[in-house]
Design a protein around this ligand. Structure first.
Ligand code: NAD
Length: 482
């Protein structure tokens, strides 16, 4: 694809001012192109296009909306190899991850919500022979989505598809760090037959574009995924305007390995859950708690597997660790490595920037890093690093590890490894009040269990507020009329 543009009212356009921002290839550190440096005027134009498109789109029969969303999914599938390559080049993630995870899941998002569009239900509460109280669900109008760089197309579509499915029109703001596949989506949606103005993409900086969306009176809801700092900023702006808000924010997830677990399975999965996408996934497990009796064995196995991870050019098929997404993020991760050293951490693997030879010599790579010797309360174990850095912490009792696992201001996800079913449920029940998802790993045959109860109970400040992208949540939400 040529240069990245906005998609507003069915047209691919630069920022009205003509200003652009540079975009970079993380694996080489070289310029990759530019994106529009949009401003409030571009947002206003996109909101107006979405507002004009809303009456017809919201009145379009659900089966027709569903068919159009399916066509978008088909368009994404046809372009899968090119989209995966573009995502890898733009973000530094291994091509294999973009090919097997990011783009297929973006397609699934459109397919899932294409089906869901035809399944909207309402509620009725009869009043014992006197009256029927019923709830009708209406689309809200123009919905704003603001998404991060770590899973660029995947998280963007996770917001956009449900919003469109229920008849909202959308102004989407992708991360300025990874703008490319969002432009593709805008083009593919138009080619699929989505009417002009139904999906608008406005590229640019958060404090300009995202802030203008949060303030715009016609934007009825904001669905945001990103850092806790930005989420708080959006809440400060949009809260007093009584917009519907969904804020999905940071995490510092615990992985808890009890001595009775299938340790081989625990080690293999924990290496992936700590370092997938260079640790830049909100569900990654950067704090690994291991029961003391098996600590040396688990530590040595984790070290061996982590050392074996292949770091290098993200476009090579054998690469397992790619580049960090930006120069600024590289500097942030390196500063946390320095902090871990200052706090007395012992580096078991990694701990430094690396420069692969050849094409990627100037890229932003950090070796996957395991650190031990740090207590749960130090800053390294309290603050979100969002990079390829995990700490190992031994524990002696279930009560001790429960307190330590819960002892952060974030909550998002947790993994518990044990063969003891009673303990798995007891532990997760004690942990779900703090975290949003708990995976209980009981054995090879029972590997993953999501607790919807946990999702309901995770409405707390530093990680989540609102209802994420559930169909009945934002931005798939609707207004209620009873
Ligand atoms: P970020 O907060 O810097 O940016 C996210 C988005 O917000 C970007 O599009 C950005 O341009 C925009 N933005 C920035 N300032 C803004 C403002 N003042 N007003 C409106 N919008 C603004 O986050 P990031 O660095 O792109 O992403 C990494 C973060 O995302 C991590 O903290 C990670 O945990 C989090 N994350 C959370 C989840 C989840 O489901 N909870 C999923 C993925 C990532």
């Amino acid at each position: 694809m040529d240069g990245v543009l906005n998609v507003i009212g069915g047209r691919e356009v630069p920022a009205r001012s003509g200003a652009t921002l540079p975009n970079w290839e993380p694996a080489t550190g070289d310029p990759l192109g530019t994106l529009p440096d949009s401003e409030a005027a571009d947002v206003a134009e996109a909101v107006e296009a979405a507002r004009r498109a809303f009456p017809a789109w919201s009145a379009t029969p659900a089966p027709v909306r569903s068919r159009l969303l399916r066509k978008v999914a088909d368009g994404l599938r046809q372009a899968l190899p090119e989209l995966a390559r573009a995502e890898s080049v733009d973000s530094g993630k291994p091509l294999s991850v973009a090919t097997e995870v990011d783009i297929p899941r973006a397609i699934l998002n459109f397919e899932f919500f294409a089906d869901a569009a035809t399944q909207v239900s309402s509620e009725c509460h009869p009043m014992e022979g006197h009256a029927l109280n019923y709830t009708l669900r209406h689309p809200l109008g123009v919905v704003g989505t603001i998404s991060p760089w770590n899973l660029p197309l995947y998280l963007l579509t996770w917001k956009v598809a449900p919003a469109l499915a229920v008849g909202n029109t959308v102004v989407a703001k992708p991360s300025e760090v990874t703008p490319v596949t969002a432009h593709w989506l805008g083009r593919i949606a138009l080619e699929a037959g989505l009417p002009p103005g139904v999906l608008n993409i406005v590229q640019g900086l958060g404090p300009k574009v995202g802030d203008a969306m949060s303030r715009h009176p016609e934007v009825k809801a904001i669905s945001f995924t990103g850092s806790t700092r930005t989420g708080a900023e959006i809440a400060r702006t949009a809260g007093p305007l009584f917009k519907k808000l969904s804020l999905e924010m940071g995490g510092k997830n615990p992985v808890v390995i009890f001595a009775d677990a299938d340790l081989d399975a625990a080690v293999a999965t924990t290496v992936r859950s700590s370092f997938a996408n260079q640790g830049q996934i909100c569900l990654c497990g950067p704090r690994i708690f291991v029961e003391r009796s098996v600590y040396p064995r688990v530590r040595d196995a984790l070290v061996e597997r982590t050392r074996a991870l292949k770091l290098g050019d993200p476009l090579l098929p054998e690469t397992e660790q790619g580049a960090l997404v930006s120069r600024a993020h590289l500097d942030k991760v390196l500063s946390y490595l320095a902090l871990a050293r200052e706090e007395g951490g012992r580096f078991l693997t990694g701990g430094r920037q690396v420069r692969p030879s050849g094409r990627c010599e100037g890229g932003w790579f950090v070796e996957p890093t395991l650190v031990e010797g740090l207590g749960p309360e130090c800053r390294t174990n309290q603050e979100e690093i969002f990079g390829p850095v995990a700490t190992l912490i031994p524990f002696d009792s279930e009560e001790e590890v429960r307190r330590a696992a819960n002892g952060v201001r974030y909550g998002l996800a947790a993994s518990v490894w044990t063969r003891d079913l009673v303990r798995a449920h007891r532990f997760s029940a004690a942990t779900v009040s703090m975290v949003k998802r708990v995976w209980k790993r009981l054995s090879r045959s029972v590997t993953m269990m999501r607790l919807s109860r946990a999702i309901r109970r995770a409405r707390f400040m530093r990680t989540a507020s609102g209802a994420g992208s559930c169909f009945k949540g934002l931005p798939g939400d609707t207004s209620h009329q009873t």
